[in-house]
Design a protein around this ligand. Structure first.
Ligand SMILES: Cc1cc2nc3c(=O)[nH]c(=O)nc-3n(C[C@H](O)[C@H](O)[C@H](O)COP(=O)(O)O)c2cc1C
Length: 361
């Protein structure tokens, strides 16, 4: 299933080592501004180029819009855009066809889709597919802006190094500080330590994971659909499609298990002309509907599975034990590049629910 959303319908296409990767978006209201420069700069945040800490795969990722766009705005028809895959080297992947990488999609994908499936570069399981998510998120962001909704994601931890981030830091400031370092964290005190954790792992032929936090302010009270399409359900559904996401928590999340109701409940007050809560353990969601407080969630990104040190696997043709050395170009940590992806997916989920709930006409 390569599509997501009911009213703002995002479909990703392409593969890691095919000619291109991209996206179509059906349902962009006519006249919605499409900020090509903003989308290109989001694509640049996703790219490894210039990042000392990332994969050596070099891609320009130049946005090519094919349809649905006229003079800076949506023309109301199907939006379609892609970027070319330039830096494709097949050789390293041919070798792992029979010896699946531990931790990657190779084994179940081959059983499900057969030996002929194009898993070169990870095929459709590659992080490269997230290019389309970033493009769709850029359009969604322009739709959300007039509603006063702003989404920002950042690195909360890498390899056990935790950032300290105040709950009420304004989104614009968070965004600004996060852009100042290679690990996309708003806590400059720990940015260097996070970088060290990544470089240490790389030196050991290994990798590290971490946690991305996402916050959305200005979400209108009541956004979300009843029961199976609760705000949490739809966000989690879309977030888990991002490769390497292994856990999601909203608000107090897993810590809620150790709290009492009196501590976890967020007291209501009337302030600044509206209902607010004095704490936000709910993460801005009650009953699957937005409360109007900031939506707050954290996503665990696992350590990159393609590591340089030898790993144990099995030869699928002979069933003999095998030792695998992965030689492709891989990030020792996915977290910094996934920040913009999480932000983008959050934006298009909110755009879809805003359309479904009649918050946008
Ligand atoms: C932006 C991004 C870049 C990624 N880069 C790599 C990579 O270089 N090497 C790798 O093994 N996995 C990478 N991944 C993760 C794999 O695609 C993912 O772990 C794999 O498809 C298995 O899926 P799962 O981890 O969700 O189970 C990346 C993911 C993202 C979001």
């Amino acid at each position: 299933m390569m599509s997501f959303g009911e009213r703002f319908r995002v479909t990703v296409f392409g593969t890691s080592h095919g000619p291109e990767v991209g996206v179509t978006v059906l349902g962009v209201p006519e006249g919605t501004p499409i900020d090509l420069i903003g989308i290109q700069s989001d694509l640049d945040r996703r790219r490894p180029v210039g990042r000392r800490l990332a994969t050596k795969r070099q891609e320009e990722d130049v946005l090519v819009v094919e349809s649905g766009y006229r003079e800076g705005r949506s023309d109301g028809s199907l939006f379609r855009a892609h970027v070319r895959n330039e830096d494709v080297r097949r050789e390293p992947y041919d070798r792992i066809a029979d010896t699946p990488r531990p931790g990657h999609a190779d084994y179940p994908a081959r059983v499900r889709f057969g030996a002929g499936a194009d898993l070169s570069g990870g095929g459709i399981f590659s992080g490269r597919m997230t290019v389309g998510l970033v493009i769709a998120g850029g359009i969604a962001r322009s739709m959300l802006a007039p509603l006063g909704i702003e989404v920002v994601a950042f690195t909360r931890s890498i390899g056990g190094v935790e950032a300290t981030v105040s709950e009420d830091q304004p989104p614009a400031q968070l965004r600004h500080v996060t852009a100042q370092n290679e690990v996309a964290t708003p806590d400059p005190e720990v940015a260097g330590k996070m970088e060290e954790a990544i470089l240490d792992a790389r030196r050991d032929g290994d990798s590290v994971g971490g946690v991305i936090e996402v916050r959305a302010s200005g979400v209108p009270v009541g956004l979300g659909e009843p029961f199976f399409d609760s705000l949490e359900s739809v966000l989690a559904h879309a977030w888990f499609a991002i490769p390497a996401v292994k856990a999601v928590e909203f608000g107090a999340g897993f810590a809620a298990a150790r709290m009492r109701g009196s501590e976890h409940n967020d007291p209501f007050v009337w302030a600044e002309g509206r209902v607010r809560t004095t704490s936000n353990h709910a993460g801005g969601i009650l009953g699957g509907l937005a409360t109007g407080m900031p939506l707050v969630a954290r996503l665990t990104i696992k350590p990159t599975s393609s590591i340089a040190r030898p790993q144990q696997t099995v030869n699928l043709a002979t069933h003999a034990p095998a030792t695998l050395v992965v030689t492709g170009r891989h990030d020792p940590c996915i977290v910094p590049r996934a920040v913009v992806v999480v932000e983008s997916v959050t934006a298009f989920v909110l755009a879809d629910l805003a359309l479904r709930g009649g918050f946008v006409r």
